[in-house]
Design a binder for this molecule. Sequence first.
Ligand SMILES: [Zn+2]
Length: 113
Amino acid sequence: MGPADLQRYHSLLLKKQHELSSALSEAYSRVPAAGGLQGDMIDQANADADAALQIRLHRTDGRLARAIEEALARIKRGTCGVCEVCRQPISEARLEAVPWTQLCRGCKERSAT
Ligand SMILES: [Zn+2]
């Protein structure tokens, strides 16, 4: 991976990190405060379900945020774009789609099964 690719990969990660932090603050603002004044029981149930969904989304995004931070750290060390299992270069198409990945497609598929 050349310096130009590294730079592009780096800005992709920063962009994703920014999107994620906006999504996270939005998710937080949508979670109703505990004991907030709600209308009838149905509204309360919907609000609870919505809050649970947002919290679940938040947990997923939290893992993603860490993965992005780790990818940025790998760029600093110059070790990005290499599969951490088989040590083969990860395809550019895959990095473009999932810039924080640590696994090539083959290893990812093996780890998922
Ligand atoms: Zn691999």
